[in-house]
Write a protein that binds this ligand. Structure first.
Ligand code: C2E
Ligand code: CA
Ligand code: CA
Length: 695
C-alpha cells in the first residue's frame, strides 16, 4: 500500500494512476509547496517506507530532509527552490540514510506545476541507484589509488577518462588531458606509430594492433621529460562503441635496476670487463657470423704468474688493484677489436679476431706478454709481473665455444707448467690430455662410491736413533688397469671438488688403523695425513670430518698430524693460521709440507703455530751434487731450529743423502732409503719388529 500522508487534500488522495508504482524500487512522490513556502510530501509510494522508515518520520518535509545525507541537503534544497522559481523540472540526486544507517543513492526528477490553490505541486520519482553508485564509487577508489596509469581512449585516440596516477606520472591536471589526443603523452617516435594505428583503424576498422599484451614505449611528461612506460592496451566495447583501456606503468626505476642487474650479470665488478657469460655469448655470436667465411678467431687464456702470492702476502686490496691495472693494460694491448674478459681470479680471456696465424704469436701474443712484464704500480708499490698464455685457434682447434675454451685452457695449463712468461699453443696431444682429465673425473667419483681409495704408510725415522718416529699416510688407488698415482688424480679431484671425500676416507682409515694397533698392543707413532689447500679453504668441513674420525675411533689426537703444503698455507695466511690454531686446540699437530717450493717469508712462517717443516724432495735429490741445494737445506734447517721446529727431509734415497743430512743436523728422514710407502700390514710388521735405520 502506498503511504498516504495527507488525505485531506485532493493531491493527497490515492490515485489509481500511482498505484502501479507502489511495488517498484522507485519512490514516486507528490510534493507541495504552500504559498507560504512550507513544503510537504502528500504522497509517497510504498518504496519510501523501506528507504525513509515509517510514516511518522515522513510527516513533513523535515522528515524527508532528515533522511537526506547532510552533505547533500543544501544542494537538494537548492535544486527544489530553483525548480519552484523557474517552474522547470528539478533534477534530484542525493544520498539518503535508511533507518538502519545504510546509504542509499537516489536519482530522479520532479516536474513542478502551479496549484490552483496557490503554491506548487511536484510529481516526481527517485530511483534507487545505490548499486550502480557503489560500483562507481569503488571504481573511483580503485582508479584514484591505483599506482598504474589508467586511461580510457575512444576510437579516435581521444582520452575519455584518466585516473590520478596519469596526472601524477605525466604532470598534467585531469582537465588538461580529458578530451585531448592520447598521442600527447608519447614521444615523437611512438606518436607517429600511434597515428598510423589510428589511421588504419579509421580506414579499415583494423584496430587490434594497438592492444594485445604489454609493450614498452617512451612516454613524455608535460615538462618534456621522457620515461619508459610498460603499456597494456585492451579493447572494450560499450554501447556499441569501441574504446581502449590503456594501463601503463612507469618502469624507469625498474629499467635502472634492470640495467644494473644486467651489467652485474654480464660484467666483472672489479675490472668492469665482460665476465665469462658475456664473453661466451659474444664469442658465440662471432662464430655464427664467421661460419661462412671461416676466418680465424684466436682465443687466448691468460693468467698472471704467481698472483696468489700477491694476494696472500700483500692482501686482497693490493691484489685487486693489480688486477684492475692488468685489466686496463690488456684492453689497451689487445686493441679495440678484441674482446677481453675476466673469467675468474687472475684469469682472463682475450679473443683476437682477424689476426693472421703467422703474426699471432710473433706479433700479438708476444706484445701481450711483453706488456705484462712492464713494471706496474698499484697501491704505491711497484710490481714486475709476468703472464702465461694458452692459445686456441678457431676453427682449427675447436668447432664451438665450449671446445675452444676447453682447449685454450688446456694450453694455458701447459704454459703455466713451462714456467713464468710462457706461451703454449693448443695441440692434439693436449686435447687428448683434456679428454683424459674428464674421463678420470668420473672414474674418481665412482672410485669414491666403491671405496677404492686406501691408505699406504711411509715410515719416518729419527736420524740419531734410527727408530721409526712417525709415518705419512699416502693415498693409493689400485685399478684393474694398474695403480693410478696421486699426482695424476689428486689435482683433478681438487679441481672437481672431490678431494674432501678422498681425504675423509684416508683420515678415517688412519684413525681406525691406529685404534687397531693400539688394541693389538703395538707401540704407535704419530701418523701424518695430507690436507689439500682446497680443504683448508673450507675448514668447517675439514674440522667436522676430523672430529668425527677422532670421536668414532677414540684415538689420541696427538697421534694425528696434519700436513699442509707451503704454497697452500701462503695462499691465505690469516685463514691458514686460524685453521691451524683450531687443529692445535684439538691436540693435532701440524707440519708444513714441500717446504722451500713456496715463497714463504720468514715473518709469515714465524706466525704459523706449527711443529714441523718438511724439506721438499727437490732439494734433497741434488743435495750431494748441488752446493746451492745444500746451502738451502742448511739454511732451512737452521731457520727451523731457530723457530723450534723439527725438520723432516723427504725423498731420501741414498746413503750420500743421509750423510749430508746428518751433517746438517736434520732431525728426521723419510724416503726410499728406509722404506717406500707400504701397505698397512707391512708397516705393522716394521713396528712389531722394531725396524731401524742402520747406523
Ligand atoms: P707428498 O705429500 O710430498 O708425498 C710424498 C711423496 O713422495 C709421495 O708420493 C711418496 O711416495 C714420494 N716419496 C717418498 N719417498 C720418496 C723417495 O725416496 N723418492 C721419491 N722419488 N719419492 C718419494 P705419492 O704417494 O705419489 O704422493 C704424491 C703427492 O700426492 C703427495 O706428495 C701429496 O701431495 C699427494 N697426496 C698423496 N696422498 C694424499 C692424500 O691422502 N691426500 C692429499 N690431499 N694429497 C695426497
Ligand atoms: Ca706430504
Ligand atoms: Ca712433500
Amino acid at each position: 500500500m502506498p503511504i498516504e500522508i495527507d488525505q485531506s487534500t485532493e493531491e493527497g488522495l490515492a490515485d489509481r494512476n500511482w498505484e502501479w508504482g507502489s511495488a517498484l524500487p522507485v519512490v514516486i512522490f507528490r510534493r507541495i509547496q504552500e504559498p507560504g513556502g512550507e513544503m510537504r510530501y502528500v504522497w509517497l509510494s510504498q518504496a519510501a517506507q523501506r528507504l525513509f522508515g515509517d510514516k511518522g518520520a515522513l510527516q513533513a518535509l523535515p522528515g524527508v530532509l532528515a533522511a537526506v545525507h547532510w552533505a547533500d541537503r543544501e544542494q537538494l534544497a537548492k535544486a527544489i527552490a530553483d525548480s519552484a522559481q523557474r517552474l522547470e523540472t528539478s533534477q534530484e540526486s542525493f544520498r539518503a540514510i535508511s533507518p538502519s544507517g545504510e546509504v542509499i543513492w537516489l536519482d530522479g526528477a520532479a516536474k513542478p506545476e502551479r496549484r490552483d490553490a496557490g503554491g506548487i505541486v511536484w510529481q516526481g520519482m527517485w530511483f534507487d541507484v545505490s548499486e550502480g553508485k557503489r560500483v562507481h564509487q569503488r571504481l573511483d577508489l580503485i582508479l584514484g589509488h591505483a599506482s598504474d596509469a589508467i586511461i580510457l581512449i575512444d576510437e579516435a585516440g581521444v582520452m575519455q577518462m584518466v585516473n590520478a596516477a596519469v596526472c601524477e606520472m605525466f604532470g598534467y591536471e585531469t582537465d588538461e588531458l580529458v578530451g585531448r589526443p592520447v598521442a600527447m603523452l608519447m614521444n615523437r617516435h611512438d606518436q607517429e606509430r600511434h597515428a598510423g594505428y589510428i589511421n588504419r583503424y579509421l580506414i579499415s576498422g583494423q584496430a587490434m594492433k594497438l592492444g594485445q599484451g604489454a609493450r614498452e614505449l617512451m612516454a613524455r611528461r608535460k615538462d618534456g621529460g621522457q620515461f619508459p612506460l610498460d603499456l597494456a592496451v585492451n579493447e572494450v566495447r560499450s554501447d556499441g562503441k569501441l574504446y581502449f583501456i590503456g594501463i601503463g606503468r612507469d618502469v624507469s626505476s625498474r629499467k635502472a635496476t634492470e640495467a644494473r642487474l644486467e651489467f652485474l650479470a654480464y660484467h666483472d665488478v672489479l675490472t668492469g670487463l665482460s665476465n665469462l657469460t658475456k664473453f661466451r655469448a659474444d664469442f658465440d655470436r662471432l662464430l655464427v657470423e664467421r661460419k661462412e667465411s671461416g676466418q680465424p678467431l684466436n682465443l687466448l687464456s691468460l693468467g698472471i704468474d704467481g698472483f696468489s702470492f700477491i694476494n696472500s702476502t700483500l692482501g686482497h686490496h693490493v691484489g685487486d688493484s693489480v688486477l684492475k691495472a692488468i685489466a686496463l693494460r690488456l684492453q689497451t694491448l689487445a686493441g679495440p677489436e678484441a674482446l677481453v674478459a675476466r673469467v675468474g681470479g687472475d684469469r682472463f680471456f682475450v679473443l683476437l679476431p682477424d689476426v693472421a696465424p703467422k703474426r699471432l704469436i710473433s706479433d700479438r701474443v708476444e706484445r701481450l706478454l711483453r706488456g705484462m712484464k712492464e713494471p706496474l704500480s698499484a697501491e704505491e708499490q711497484e710490481f714486475e709481473l709476468s703472464g702465461s698464455i694458452g692459445v686456441a685457434v678457431w676453427p682449427r682447434d675447436g668447432a664451438d665455444v665450449d671446445s675452444m675454451i676447453r682447449h685454450a685452457e688446456a694450453a694455458h695449463e701447459q704454459a703455466k707448467s713451462l714456467g713464468p712468461g710462457s706461451v703454449q699453443i693448443f695441440t692434439k696431444e693436449l686435447g687428448e690430455k683434456g679428454a683424459k682429465t674428464l674421463g678420470l673425473q668420473s672414474r674418481i667419483r665412482r672410485a669414491i662410491e666403491n671405496q677404492e681409495f686406501i691408505a699406504y704408510y711411509q715410515p719416518q725415522v729419527d736420524l740419531q736413533s734410527g727408530a721409526i718416529v712417525g709415518m705419512e699416510a699416502l693415498v693409493r688407488w689400485f685399478t684393474p688397469e694398474g695403480p693410478i698415482p696421486p699426482v695424476e688424480f689428486i689435482p683433478i679431484a681438487e679441481e672437481f671438488g672431490l678431494i674432501d671425500p678422498i681425504s675423509e676416507v684416508v683420515v678415517m682409515a688412519v684413525c681406525r688403523q691406529l685404534k687397531e694397533w693400539k688394541a693389538k698392543g703395538i707401540a704407535c707413532v704419530p701418523v701424518a695425513v695430507n690436507i689439500s689447500w682446497r680443504q683448508f679453504r673450507n675448514p668447517r668441513r675439514l674440522l667436522a670430518s676430523l672430529d668425527e674420525a677422532l670421536s668414532a675411533t677414540g684415538i689420541d689426537p696427538a697421534l694425528l698430524e696434519i700436513e699442509l703444503t707451503e704454497s697452500s698455507a701462503m695462499q691465505d695466511i690469516e685463514q691458514a693460521i686460524a685453521t691451524i690454531r683450531m687443529l692445535n686446540e684439538r691436540g693435532l699437530s701440524c707440519a708444513i709440507d714441500d717446504f722451500g717450493t713456496g715463497y714463504s717469508s720468514l715473518s709469515a712462517l714465524k706466525r704459523f703455530p706449527i711443529q714441523k717443516l718438511k724439506v721438499d724432495r727437490s732439494f734433497v735429490i741434488d743435495l750431494d751434487r748441488d752446493a746451492n741445494d745444500a746451502a738451502i737445506v742448511n739454511a732451512i734447517i737452521a731457520m727451523a731450529h731457530a723457530l723450534k721446529l723439527k725438520v723432516v727431509a723427504e725423498g731420501v734415497e741414498t746413503e750420500s743423502h743421509l750423510r749430508f743430512l746428518r751433517e746438517l743436523g736434520c732431525d728426521t728422514l723419510q724416503g726410499y732409503l728406509f722404506s717406500p710407502p707400504v701397505a698397512p700390514e707391512k708397516v705393522e710388521g716394521f713396528l712389531k719388529e722394531g725396524k731401524r735405520l742402520e747406523a
